[in-house]
Design a protein around this ligand. Structure first.
Ligand code: SF4
Ligand code: SF4
Ligand code: SF4
Ligand code: FES
Length: 350
């Protein structure tokens, strides 16, 4: 790809032909606000928050879709640009419920943050939020289309990253909304409840049901998913020393914003009262709690007896995707070197 020079805010920027004004600006450390843009999906130019002045153009251009050209002169923060951005956000807010204080995304909302950065104190238009019904038909995700700003990020993430094509825009004008095929509740759609759309939503239109009504987390702790060997990374949301949910950690080189339904919504097992926390040994037909020493001594003596009586091939072991690689390595080493058999397999084939 050839290199070209553009002038952004008076600064000469040496960049690649074909990149957008937004990409060239970001590479040069120049901030342009966005709402519908995400770096990992196709730009759509839906929100117009990223408008910039391009010398010689009669209208403002959307920086997220407009490609740079040799010698182009761009202004990203002129009075006319700031005024247009402010009007765009004011129009979005005119159609938005005024309930930040009780919204799950309060203080973590791109619209709220942008309105604040643009100095919007009051919206000069009548507030007329939509009156869509809320879809909480499933155990995982709540869709409140009244807070939706129609940025399309969830639609594109579902289509381009998750490859599920569950969502689409329907209707026109103030009736526009994001929904599933035939406007069915999510629970009746082809949604696999991976939650990628939730991670992409800039506002409180898509939220995790488990985290509803319990306030913000005290902290987020990056961790590795315990469910399988893919090893997705995400943030555990912790409140009062309890895991209340999972959100994407976009710094993860393994999975980015993606997880499966188990990783995103299944980690609440950590606090399940049904969890086994001590070994159980069957005595007189009943399981009774035992110490680890007692349990391990029993397993060792039984394995030794079987091996001595019938040979190592009378023993087989199934290891688990829920263990780390090192544990699986140790298990096969134990079976081959200690028990003396190759009867070792993995739950992937069960
Ligand atoms: S989505 Fe954002 S702007 Fe809308 S109510 Fe929630 S916090 Fe406020
Ligand atoms: S949860 Fe996953 S599959 Fe379902 S709509 Fe969102 S991105 Fe698509
Ligand atoms: S639900 Fe969220 S991500 Fe989807 S279009 Fe609405 S605001 Fe954008
Ligand atoms: S970020 Fe460019 S139009 Fe929305």
């Amino acid at each position: 790809m050839g290199m070209i020079n553009v002038i952004i805010n008076g600064q000469t920027v040496h960049t690649r032909k074909g990149v957008t004004i937004l990409e060239a600006s970001r590479e040069a450390g120049i901030h342009i606000p966005t709402l519908c843009h995400l770096a990992d999906i196709t730009p759509e130019g839906a929100c117009r928050v990223c408008v910039v002045e391009v010398e010689g153009m009669p209208r403002l251009a959307a920086a997220c879709t407009y490609p740079v050209m040799e010698g182009m002169v761009v202004r990203t923060n002129s009075a006319i640009v700031r005024s247009a951005r402010k009007s765009v956000v004011e129009l979005i807010l005119a159609n938005h419920p005024q309930e930040c204080q009780t919204c799950q995304r309060n203080l973590d909302c791109e619209l709220q943050s942008l309105a604040s950065k643009l100095g919007i104190q009051e919206v000069p238009f009548e507030n007329k939020p939509s009156q869509f019904s809320i879809d909480d038909s499933n155990p995982f995700i709540i869709r409140d289309n009244n807070k939706c700003i129609l940025c399309g990020r969830c639609v594109r993430v579902c289509e381009e990253i998750q490859c599920c094509n569950v969502l689409g825009m329907t209707e026109r004008g103030s009736h526009s909304k994001v929904t599933t095929a035939f406007d069915e509740p999510a629970v009746n759609s082809s949604c696999v409840f991976c939650g990628a759309c939730v991670s992409a939503c800039p506002v409180g239109a898509l939220t995790e049901k488990a985290m509803h009504d319990i306030g913000s987390p005290d902290k987020k702790v990056k961790t590795t998913c315990p469910f399988c060997g893919v090893g997705c990374n995400f943030d555990l949301n912790v409140k009062d020393d309890k895991v209340i949910g999972v959100t994407s950690n976009l710094t993860s080189a393994v999975n980015g914003r993606l997880t499966c339904v188990k990783g995103r919504f299944g980690v609440d097992y950590v606090h399940s009262p049904d969890r086994l926390t001590t070994p159980l040994i069957k005595k007189n037909g009943e399981f009774v709690e035992a110490s680890w020493d007692e349990a391990l001594d029993l397993v060792a003596s039984k394995l030794s007896d079987i091996k001595d009586t019938y040979g190592g091939d009378a023993v087989a072991s199934l290891s688990s995707a829920r263990c780390v690689n090192e544990e699986n390595y140790l298990m096969q080493k134990f079976m081959r070197a200690v028990i003396g058999t190759n009867n070792i397999d993995h739950c992937a084939r069960t």
